[in-house]
Design a protein around this ligand. Structure first.
Ligand code: ZN
Length: 579
């Protein structure tokens, strides 16, 4: 080799080293760096970091504060001041539009007097322009002193310029104000319709309560929801979710209305969080989607529709859940199935062939057994690798069925607060044996499956921190049962006193880490999105929450005090608490 060539090679080597060092040590541009935090990445190793950098909607680096400050030149720096940061929470099972509708109607459940009910109506009226209908539901005069029907007068006082329409708890009567009666053309001379009754005073004047078929006299004048009202429902649901740190919702059962509203919101840049939706049943929308295939990552990863929601049975409380043996407190009743086994199988086959997931509601052990068998049969016919079929609730299981989730790769999608809401009476329905495999998180986790967590809002509060608390304590928010004395006082049945020691059937609790994963990256996995969200790593979406204290380390009883201070979706702040 000539000395000249040698020299050229040495120069090349030196230049390469300089170039590498320049690339390595020249700070990269980032939009924002977040420093001085306790950042739970929820990666596989559960790494804790202090800082991370965000560009656009993605995390571009994580590490120590000094490391991130050296590696990135950012337009903005946010000092996290030692606060805990977690991946944005994922509720794997909620009902988004219903949450918004619930927020728009006045909830009269639990009102203790007519006056109190009217006060609740007033709060809603204050947000409405004159002439708009105010709707509500849930009053029950049997809960009020005197047990008399309410009258229009109390509603007239709180809603003089808005027609008011309040449905009784059972749906069989409405309580309205004068304005609503005027619009409906109701007067003293309006006759009672067949099968219905207009409540009247001594002079025969309608008093504002319409029973059974008389409801129709008013109902036919209540306008359909306008576009604006539907959009308002979506906005209210969004606000409610981001307030609790939720950044992705598994919307379990949508129809064309929701598809239209989601796309409209996304088009207007007004959907602050992400939706993973399952089509509600095998109707027209499903037929359409079978032709088009799944919608994945629409609107910059704000909307994915790639699942089908089915039902096999009803609920445990109303004894509609399908059980293998009769209800303990209703011998002869085994509950009911609401879909045929054949439908679950054939719809699953369609779904698998066209790239969709199936999420089937199953509560009772018979319901779950049927869905597990039908899923297995469908998978045998269409052997899709990693199909991630889901059972929603998986509430009561036959012990022999527990290993089948792992065996068939089926995901139990569960709602920890259902356990702590139902626990007072669940054993009365199931008896001392079956109750051991109800809400059986530990038994399932021990087989090696994951459990994506949810709330089933608006059935329960969307607050995932309540879900995490329920998962790790199996206690209600008053801390019951702490011991068997609580069991005797508050629970309908207590067959095994040890099962009421420090939580209800406490051996089924999740660990703190499991509960946190349940509402973060296990949720992402159940949506095929673990590469995008659920953990805070380079390349992932910058969906995260800043909390008032560290959800991973606070004592159990302090979990409920943890507040969401900020919620970010795609690097954008979508919620900030007033501190
Ligand atoms: Zn649901």
């Amino acid at each position: 080799m000539s000395s000249r060539l040698k020299l050229a090679l040495v120069i090349l080597l030196v230049l390469t080293v300089i170039a590498v060092m320049l690339i390595r040590f020249t700070p990269r541009e980032a939009d924002t760096i977040y420093v001085n935090g306790v950042v739970h990445t929820m990666d596989d190793d559960n790494s804790l970091v202090e800082a991370f950098a965000v560009t656009g909607d993605r995390i571009v680096g994580t590490g120590s504060t000094s490391g991130i400050e050296r590696r990135f030149r950012a337009r903005d720096t946010v000092d996290l001041k030692g606060r805990a940061v977690f991946p944005g929470f994922i509720d794997s099972h909620g009902h988004f539009f219903s949450l918004g509708l619930a927020k728009m109607t006045v909830d009269l459940l639990g009102s203790t007097t007519e006056q109190e009910a009217a006060v609740r109506v007033r709060e809603r009226v204050l947000t409405l322009s004159p002439g708009k209908w105010v709707r509500g539901r849930g009053w029950d005069q049997n809960e009020w002193p005197g047990r008399q029907f309410p009258t229009h007068a109390s509603l007239d006082r709180v809603a003089p310029n808005n027609p008011a329409y309040m449905v009784r708890v059972d749906g069989h009567a409405v309580w309205v104000n004068r304005k609503a009666m005027e619009i409906s053309g109701i007067s003293r001379s309006t006759p009672d319709p067949a099968g219905g009754k207009i409540e009247r005073d001594k002079e025969g004047n309608p008093t504002g309560v319409f029973v059974d078929n008389a409801v129709q006299l008013i109902q036919s004048h209540v306008p359909q929801m306008s576009d604006d009202e539907e959009m308002e429902a979506m906005h209210l649901a969004s606000q409610e979710c981001v307030k609790y740190g939720l950044t992705t919702i598994g919307d379990m059962g949508i129809d064309t209305t929701e598809v239209r509203l989601y796309k409209r919101l996304i088009g207007a840049g007004q959907l602050p969080l992400r939706i993973y939706a399952a089509i509600g049943g095998v109707g027209e929308l499903w037929t359409e989607f079978l032709k088009s295939g799944p919608l994945i990552g629409y609107g910059n990863n704000h909307l994915t529709i790639r699942a089908l929601k089915l039902y096999i049975d009803g609920a445990l409380g109303s004894r509609g859940a399908a059980l293998i043996e009769p209800y303990r407190d209703d011998p002869g009743n085994r509950g009911l199935t609401v879909s045929s086994e054949e439908l679950i199988k054939s719809a699953s086959i369609d779904a698998l062939k066209h790239g969709f997931q199936v999420c089937t509601h199953a509560i009772g052990d018979r319901g779950n057994d049927i869905v597990l068998s039908m899923y297995a049969a469908a998978l045998q016919e269409v052997p899709v690798h990693d199909a991630r079929l889901r059972i929603e609730h998986a509430q009561v299981l036959d012990s022999a069925d527990i290993p089948k989730f792992k065996e068939f790769g089926i995901i139990p999608s569960m709602q920890p607060t259902h356990c702590t809401s139902d626990m007072y009476w669940a054993e009365a329905r199931l008896g001392p044996q079956r109750i051991r495999y109800a809400y059986a998180w530990r038994s399932l986790l021990n087989t090696g499956v994951i459990i994506p967590g949810g709330s089933d809002f608006p059935v329960e509060s969307p607050n995932p921190i309540w879900g995490i608390y329920a998962a790790v304590t199996r206690k209600d928010r008053q801390g019951r049962p702490q011991d068997p004395a609580d069991g005797r006082k508050f629970f309908e049945v207590m067959s095994d006193t040890s099962a009421f020691d420090n939580g209800w059937y406490a051996s089924q609790k999740m660990t703190r880490e499991e509960a946190l994963r349940s509402f973060t990256n296990w949720g992402a996995w159940a949506m095929f999105e673990e590469h995008l969200k659920g953990s805070l790593q380079k390349g992932m979406l910058a969906d995260f929450v800043v909390l008032s204290s560290d959800l991973a380390t606070v004592p159990d009883k302090e979990i409920l005090d943890v507040k969401v201070l900020k919620t970010y979706v795609g690097g954008k702040e979508v919620f900030s608490a007033r501190e």
